[in-house]
Design a protein around this ligand. Structure first.
Ligand code: DX5
Ligand code: ZN
Length: 218
């Protein structure tokens, strides 16, 4: 069964506890944590301190998406903060294979993310060290952007590659996923749908309705 991974980037930080409770009460398993450094992407979000603080409050699966240059410098920090999955960008390091190994050696699951402009061929020699592939369906850096339509073909191709190489690898998509475009995305082999603004930019009752809609339609 597919899952959603709500992106905390869009949350109302003043009401974080209430919003996370709504996720938990509605059986959402993953929490997507977007880390941005102002270098790899123009925006800055939050770091291990916030993640560590949340770790003591919830058992959700922490799906940490590092949009930072040279992520190898910070893997240990995010492991210590309580990440369950750490996804790095292939474009952010000279040594993606080594960083994936570095993550797995800690016992945490390793993911690689590809920008919309990055070819799937970069996956060619990473297969042995992957637990998850994250296909960006917007250019990374900001929530609330529109889904890039050409990503649909890329997602389908990624699914074929996963089926050929290792079906244990999870396929996640991130950016512009909404209840209103889900019908074009729900039958193409995605395991985890990240959704930020669509879920969090609502009152608590609406959040609940949206989550229910996602689970009925993925
Ligand atoms: C973008 C982030 C996304 C973002 C998704 O760089 O990686 O996770 O928060 O937000 P929405 O769902 O609003 O596009
Ligand atoms: Zn993300």
């Amino acid at each position: 069964m597919a899952e959603i991974s709500p992106s905390l980037l869009a949350a109302d930080f003043y009401n974080l506890e209430k919003q996370i409770k709504v996720l938990e009460e509605n059986n959402v398993k993953y929490l997507h944590l977007d880390v941005m450094d102002g270098n790899f992407v123009p925006n800055i979000s939050y770091g291990p301190g916030i993640i560590k603080c949340l770790r003591s409050k919830t058992d959700m699966i922490f799906d940490v998406h590092l949009m930072i240059d040279k992520p190898e410098r910070y893997i240990e920090d995010y492991v210590k903060a309580g990440a369950d999955i750490i996804t790095i960008h292939e474009e952010a390091t000279n040594h993606p294979l080594r960083v994936l190994q570095q993550i797995r050696e800690t016992g945490v699951k390793a993911g690689v993310s590809l920008n919309p402009g990055t070819s799937l061929s970069v996956l060619d020699y990473l297969w042995d060290e992957l637990d998850l592939i994250l296909i960006m369906t917007v250019n990374p850096g900001f929530g609330g952007q529109s889904f890039i339509k050409s990503s649909i073909d890329k997602i389908k191709k990624t699914r074929e590659l996963i089926n050929e190489n290792n079906t244990n690898i999870l396929l996640e998509i991130d950016g512009g996923v909404k209840t209103t475009n889900l019908d074009t995305l729900n039958n193409i082999g995605v395991d985890i749908f990240v959704s930020g603004s669509d879920i969090f930019n609502s009152d608590l009752e609406k959040m609940k309705e949206k989550i229910k809609y996602y689970y009925k339609n993925i």
